[in-house]
Design a protein around this ligand. Structure first.
Ligand SMILES: C[S@@+](CC[C@H](N)C(=O)[O-])C[C@H]1O[C@@H](n2cnc3c(N)ncnc32)[C@H](O)[C@@H]1O
Length: 450
């Protein structure tokens, strides 16, 4: 039988993982029967979310060998690792370049004032329903392409009423509900993360935003109550506030690691990075462009740079692998330092654009790993969940390159686990999957010789 768990080095972690896997086969690590998202995990649908139960199981296994108190996810996305860390009473730091990801993490970080939320939501709905005003609709690039006039008017009305709410924590929850409404009511297809206009007949079946907003508020309220219950059962919450410390930053991770002196050292860095440049893999930015245009961005970060919404691809170009400049130097550096990169470069030599995309992404990743290694405590762990993709039909050896990059910084790979992806339909539809039907989790340990 093909083994899902590969050991690179003798380490007690491997025994723990084998004990967890027990007699079950490699299907165990697919976590097929545990894929339902509950509590705070169900607050948002975001591209390429991790499987919560799998990451939680890994945290527990690692925690047996090195007490984990401080966890960082440098590409935090919707916050899967964050909620699993909070469920274990750990302190958590998350960074993401995408304001929608940060909004969802801010909501998940709390507070969990459910009875106050219920009152505020009811009064917001009452004020929206009784509001007969006509609003001047905000302008942004592509507004009339992506929204019917009547829909825009209702979205503006919801937004204007959310702004009247005094508590920031409540407004953030309401913005998250509005983001879901925007995705459901825009003229862009739901079957893809890219902006792609629906057919005329689909567009004519308009969904009214206000009843949808009411429904999503109810769903969000019930996810928040469930999560609060879960924290209460584990003694992790007092007066609606989680007892651990949670810090969320809107930033390019490289900038956060060099300029933000609040980011200290971590016992565990657990993450899933992008699979390559967003433009040709998963366009997280395009996915977020329409919702973010209806949100008061300063409620996400008061110093936010609004240029991030100038174009539909601004977030994607600022993300890892987004800049295709100076690729010759990048290619030379990668080939000199990483044998797996060198051999891949020789396979795609004929494709200038393939070389550019490959080198831009891996240089950015290399730079990030360098900075992250300085923030990893000795004997601390890093756990990377990575997908495979192809460039010009060739499978990129992401797994091998990542292990070599970690090794260069004394992060020694201990094991990798292969997880078959049972349901990543979106990835297939989004055309990166000449790509993925499995992903790997690489676990490495910091071994600084002192
Ligand atoms: C695979 S997703 C993370 C999904 C997350 N694990 C979850 O369960 O929702 C990768 C994330 O990396 C973010 N990202 C890309 N480039 C970044 C950068 N330079 N700095 C910080 N975040 C970045 C993207 O916005 C995206 O949210």
């Amino acid at each position: 039988m093909e083994l899902a768990l590969r050991a690179y080095k003798e380490d007690p972690i491997i025994d723990s993982l084998i004990a967890i896997q027990g007699q079950q086969d490699e299907e165990f690590w697919s976590f097929k029967s545990h894929s339902r998202r509950k509590g705070a995990h169900s607050l948002i649908h975001y591209p390429a979310m991790m499987v919560p139960a799998l990451q939680g199981t890994l945290i527990d296994a690692l925690n047996q060998h090195m007490p984990i108190q401080e966890v960082l996810d440098p590409f935090v996305g919707s916050g899967t690792v964050m909620v699993e860390s909070m469920n274990r009473g750990m302190n958590f730091t998350g960074v993401d370049i995408n304001p929608l990801a940060v909004l969802s993490c801010l909501v998940k970080s709390g507070p969990y004032y459910d009875s106050s939320l219920s009152k505020k939501a009811n009064s917001l709905l009452a004020s929206i329903k009784s509001d007969s005003g006509t609003y001047k609709v905000r302008e942004f690039f592509g507004r009339d392409k992506w929204f019917h006039k009547e829909i825009s008017q209702d979205l503006e009305k919801i937004s204007a009423n959310i702004k009247k709410e005094k508590s920031l924590w409540a407004r953030r929850i309401f913005w998250l509900a509005l983001c879901r409404v925007v995705r459901s009511t825009s003229n862009s297809r739901l079957s893809t993360y890219k902006l792609h206009k629906k057919s005329d007949s689909q567009i004519s079946e308009k969904k009214p935003p206000i009843p949808l907003f009411e429904k999503y508020l109810k769903d969000i309220f019930s996810s928040i109550s469930d999560q609060k219950h879960c924290f209460q059962e584990n003694g992790l919450i007092s007066k609606g506030r989680h007892l651990g410390k949670t810090s969320i930053y809107l930033s390019d991770i490289r900038e956060a690691l060099t300029k933000n002196n609040k980011i200290k050292d971590f016992d565990l860095i657990m993450t899933s990075p992008p699979y390559g440049d967003n433009q040709t893999t998963i366009p997280y930015g395009q996915f977020s462009y329409l919702p973010l245009n209806w949100v008061d961005l300063e409620d996400i970060d008061k110093n936010i740079n609004k240029d991030i919404l100038l174009r539909t691809n601004s977030i994607d170009s600022a993300s890892l692998g987004g800049s295709l400049k100076e690729s010759k130097e990048k290619i030379e550096y990668l080939a000199e330092n990483y044998p797996s990169a060198k051999s891949f470069i020789s396979q795609i030599m004929d494709s200038e654009s393939g070389l550019k995309r490959f080198s831009s992404f891996f240089i950015d990743l290399d730079n990030t790993i360098d900075l992250l290694s300085n923030k990893t405590k000795n004997n601390g762990y890093q756990a990377w969940t990575i997908g495979n993709r192809r460039i010009t039909q060739q499978l990129v050896p992401m797994h091998e390159i990542l292990i070599e990059m970690l090794d260069k910084r004394s992060l020694i790979a201990i094991t990798s686990i292969e997880r078959k992806i049972a349901y990543k339909k979106m990835a297939k539809r989004n055309n990166i999957s000449d790509t993925m039907d499995s992903e790997n989790i690489i676990i490495a340990k910091m071994d600084r010789q002192t």
